[in-house]
Design a protein around this ligand. Sequence first.
Ligand code: SF4
Length: 375
Amino acid sequence: MPRSRDTDACPGALQVHHAADGALVRVRLPGGMITADQLAALTDVASGLGSGTLELTARGNVQVRGITDVTAAAEAIAAAGLLPSATHERVRNIVASPLSGRAGGRADVRGWVGELDAAIRAEPRLADLGGRFWFSLDDGRADVSGLGADVGIQVLDDGLALLLAGRDTGVRPAPDGVTETLVAVALRFLEVREKAWRVNELADIRMLLPTADPSGATFPVRTRPPVGWLGQDDGRVTLGAAVPLGVLPATVAEYLVAVRAPLVVTPWRSVLLCDLSEEAADVALRVLAPLGLVFDENSPWLTVGACTGSPGCAHSLADVRADAARSLDPESTVHRHFVGCERACGSPLAGEVLVATGDGYRPARSVAGRQRAGP
Ligand code: SF4
């Protein structure tokens, strides 16, 4: 049952969450895009003001726990250009095909990411969206449309499809009207939402678009990031590095920064190092792989995930990250997500969710078709 609340407590860089292990800040990265200098700034925040780790969220954002000085953290994040709007910081939730414009896909959606981000920030009313309302831009490879974002675009062979809650509405926006269409849907959502914070909490998506097909097609749910050596269309190389359980030590992040490449944080808790020469990619791979980053598509780390759990989250009945790490199974083909309570934060829409009981885990009901909770 979708949850309805009067208030939205989703954290940001300014609206921090006070967790069991201290203040938590979350930084939105539209399209997952971040420069080496910006990652360096977040790494400094994590090591100087936080717990010493960066956490990659299921929406391609980054958060830091255990912040001792929230004002100093916000100032550092803003100085890095990662806080362009104080009023809209938590609603810049845009996921895009991470390899778009570099390898494969039917279109390069990176331009739409920037346009949409600017349009969201320019519309005062959109500051009232919840921090979990998100937009998706899928370049045609059907990697992010299956994440079930509230409103999105799927590039087709012969046009564009407008999606609501991950479902094809049958509406076909014009390419030059993408941003306008997505903003209009979000504004309409604010008009009709009552206590809903997500589109799938509405009784009927036709409340947003009278012509939308409520039984339109959905897209496969992807749970694995692209990892390893990924050839770009221009001959250069992207390295895909999965981050076990999304926990990136600041000491390892410093090595990612040192590559001095454009980075993309994916919604599958991985980082892409982009636009590398073959020589640079070879050197980076030799340095980064021994640090625990995962470049092997057969790694068991790619089939396991976990929420924060104990000790960081007061709701948790277990140290789910430790339990997930102990459960690695090279034979498993099913993605398993360990959670410390019924909220099931970060659960993918496919695979198995294991809920802590205090003396073990029990499988939750199938997550297929269920709305994901949490970050
Ligand atoms: S699923 Fe429960 S225990 Fe895990 S992070 Fe969310 S609220 Fe905390």
